[in-house]
Write a protein that binds this ligand. Structure first.
Ligand SMILES: [Zn+2]
Ligand SMILES: [Zn+2]
Ligand SMILES: [Zn+2]
Length: 244
């Protein structure tokens, strides 16, 4: 956290140095997809040497999940085309306003703009033959999306899983789920609330994400039940996607 000198913000443990939440789903030989394009996108793709971005899926339009979108221009250039982008109608409304210059059709001198092939999410869809199941979540009162890829589900930024969404995440092997801190928050699960959801879903392993500096990596991990850990930047997980 900017300006903070707490033990977590000054920790030597590299797992306490956290960039904004995002994942890269790499299906070798088929497609590389980002979930969200946060303000740290450029640093993330450089650090983890992300070679290509064929698609971007947006969970919602909060600043910490979209503000790096301009930097995908380099992938447009390398790949020679637009990037397929998927978001709900609500999220597109905000993204179009935030990135007005991408969508207003006005020619601007000198600068290139990101080239996007926009798609509205209104149910399960496939990208390059990979089946993706959007999982409606509540982030406070805002309806947002998690995503299920085969046996992995990524549920960031949620404070409630609606009744109809539990069946969509049934049987996942690996679950990544929001857990901001221990103290109650209006738009994010606490650690205890995330653990409740994990025990109801019953994955083989679960990873907490979107933590604040209240949760130091080593100390928090030490008190989590077996099969649950904090995620960290650079964590790589294997999953099986549904491909046709
Ligand atoms: Zn701090
Ligand atoms: Zn959010
Ligand atoms: Zn967020």
């Amino acid at each position: 956290m900017i300006g903070c000198t707490c033990p977590v913000c000054t920790s030597d443990d590299p797992r306490d140095r956290r960039l904004r939440p995002s994942i890269y789903v790499d299906v070798p030989g088929r497609i590389g997809m980002l979930v969200d394009s946060g303000p740290d996108l450029r640093q993330q793709v450089l650090t983890y040497r992300v070679p290509r971005v064929d698609a971007i899926l947006f969970t919602h339009s909060h600043a910490d999940h979209i503000l790096g979108l301009d930097d995908i221009r380099r992938f447009n250039f390398m790949q020679g085309g637009p990037i397929a982008c998927y978001a709900s109608a609500t999220a597109w409304n905000s993204i179009r306003r935030t990135f007005y210059y991408v969508f207003d059709g006005v020619r601007r001198e000198g600068g290139g703009i990101p080239r996007l092939d926009t798609h509205e999410i209104d149910g399960p869809f496939t990208v390059a033959g990979i089946r993706i199941v959007p999982v409606p979540l509540f982030h406070g009162s805002l309806p947002i999306l998690g995503f299920r890829f085969g046996n992995l589900a990524y549920l960031t930024d949620c404070s409630e899983i609606p009744d109809d969404s539990w069946s969509l995440i049934e049987g996942v092997d690996t679950l990544v789920i929001d857990a901001l801190r221990d103290k109650k928050h209006s738009t994010h699960f606490t650690v205890a609330e995330a653990l409740d959801a994990i025990s109801r879903i019953g994955p083989r392993r679960a990873y907490l994400t979107h933590m604040s500096h209240d949760l130091g990596h080593a100390a928090t991990n030490a008190r989590l039940p077996a099969g649950v850990e904090l995620a960290y930047d650079g964590l790589v997980l294997d999953a099986r996607v549904d491909a046709s």
